[in-house]
Design a protein around this ligand. Structure first.
Ligand SMILES: [Zn+2]
Length: 266
């Protein structure tokens, strides 16, 4: 591994950071997880006494462990099985104390990666993203566009009705069968120069704030590091907050923000 950088920071006014980043390196193998907890409604409404940050930590640990056991076996079915196993493990940690049938049970969106000397396998669910820089210089964005397509077709107040439904968008929650909705890709590792995984708090650089395209974001983290991306996003948010009434156009003044950058040896 040539370079590993990671940052995860809470949004403004967040009681706790509900994103998480996990990376494990073993020689030329490894795995990485970025999760973005969906802002919860408190224990009475969600049926969970633990909260979103706790849930995200449990799922992050379970995913990393599950990926580590299987990273030699890439493929769509394996990646989905890993998610199913991890969600089952997270479920067992609180199924006796919490009502996991509650629709508002803690949940998260995800970007997953596992690599060997031969293959990089990616998995994405909802609005976390993975970006690959290939050795020939071009980049490719790996995303689950289900939520963004729905947001373009329906008003914001209708979106909740689509959560974890067959014709809607999907998040990691209490039901392990959601794993079937994970989007997955397999890439020959020899063609990959770097991999970036981000939560939507960082993807606002592209989508909500228009600070640049994905290739601008990728160049920023490669040249100046993931902390520079976080600074740029927060600077923009602070400028918006300072302007009269300007922050009304964003959903939250700022969101938890996570970015993991891996650069592979040539
Ligand atoms: Zn719980």
């Amino acid at each position: 591994m040539g370079r590993l950088e990671s940052i995860t920071i809470p949004g403004s006014g967040s009681a706790s950071n509900e994103d998480c980043a996990r990376v494990c390196l073993r020689g030329d193998e490894g795995e990485a997880v970025v999760l973005d907890g969906v802002t919860g409604r408190g224990p009475d409404a969600s049926g969970c006494r633990h909260g979103v940050a706790w849930f995200v930590d449990r799922v992050g640990d379970a995913l990393l462990a599950s990926l580590g056991r299987r990273c030699d076996a890439s493929g769509d079915a394996v990646m989905r099985d890993i998610v199913r196993t991890a969600l089952s493990a997270a479920r067992r940690t609180h199924e006796r104390t919490c009502d996991l049938s509650n629709a508002l049970t803690p949940q998260a969106t995800a970007a997953l990666a596992a690599w060997t000397a031969r293959t990089l396998t990616l998995g994405v669910l909802c609005d976390c993203y993975a970006v690959v820089r290939y050795v020939d210089g071009h980049i490719e964005v790996f995303e689950d566009a289900a939520l963004r397509v729905l947001e373009q077709r329906h008003p914001p107040q209708r979106m909740e009705a689509f959560r974890n439904t067959d014709d809607g968008f999907h998040t990691l929650a209490a039901d392990p069968s959601v794993a079937k909705w994970l989007r997955t890709w397999e890439i020959p590792a020899s063609g990959v120069e770097s991999l970036l995984m981000v939560s939507d708090g960082a993807a606002r650089f592209v989508f909500e704030y228009g600070l640049g395209h994905w290739h601008d974001l990728m160049r920023l983290v490669e040249e100046s590091g993931v902390a520079a991306l976080a600074r740029r996003v927060r600077e923009f948010e602070n400028e918006k907050m300072a302007g009269p009434g300007k922050n009304a156009e964003t959903r939250k003044p700022s969101d938890d923000l996570t970015a993991v950058l891996l650069q592979f040896d040539a």
